[in-house]
Design a protein around this ligand. Structure first.
Ligand code: IMP
Ligand code: MG
Length: 186
């Protein structure tokens, strides 16, 4: 069964470090958005846990919402075009929108969402990601708040999955390579 902590080769970021960093981000965001009308938008499912913990550290009035997206097939992969499966329930115009993501990898998904959000005329638009794999970037996206820069490894936990498993681990870990190879044909 996928999803065990024993499947990890290494713990990259322990739970207490994640929580400590989120508190710092919350302080910074609360300071930067003082007196503003903050709307946090998380991308399901990866960013759900991060957004929930982050929202609890924000000390100014804020609301949050979620969006669900799926990437199109291989043909459009390089464009990063995504299909919006669930949109947010409230308009963005005039709001100070903070796009909350779990991880920026190639940047394609986030770049697409950033442009999509911008077209909705928010008062301001910023990006907050828990993890950033800078090495893998194909398109530049303006990341305003970042929890941790990480090396080019496939990570799971704290919302991030491999085949829908491991999202509930409270830490960020690197999977053992044999987990992919053993499961690649299933
Ligand atoms: P991008 O469009 O390449 O930046 O893809 C970002 C998305 O790919 C994230 O929102 C994740 O869902 C997924 N992803 C990228 N790297 C990882 C990883 O190391 N672990 C789990 N999911 C990942
Ligand atoms: Mg995601």
């Amino acid at each position: 069964m996928l999803g065990q902590v024993d499947d990890l080769k290494e713990v990259l970021i322990p739970a207490d470090k994640i929580q400590a960093r989120i508190k710092e981000l919350g302080k910074e965001i609360s300071r930067d958005y003082q007196g503003r009308n903050l709307l946090m938008v998380g991308i399901l499912k990866g960013a759900a846990i991060f957004l929930a913990d982050l929202a609890l550290t924000i000390t100014i009035p804020a609301s949050f919402d979620f969006m669900a997206v799926s990437s199109y097939g291989a043909a459009t992969k390089s464009s990063g075009a995504v299909r919006i499966l669930k949109d947010i329930d409230q308009p963005m115009d005039g709001r100070d929108v903070l796009l909350v993501e779990d991880i920026v990898d190639t940047g394609l998904t986030l770049n697409y969402l950033y442009e999509n959000f911008k077209a909705r005329n928010p008062r301001s638009l910023k990006i907050c990601t828990l993890l950033d794999k800078k090495e893998r970037r194909q398109v530049q996206v303006p990341v305003d708040y970042c929890g941790f820069c990480i090396p080019n490894e496939f990570v799971v936990g704290y919302g991030l999955d491999y085949r829908e498993g491991y999202r509930n681990l409270p830490l960020i870990g690197i999977l053992k390579p044999e987990i992919y190879t053993e499961n690649s044909s299933k």
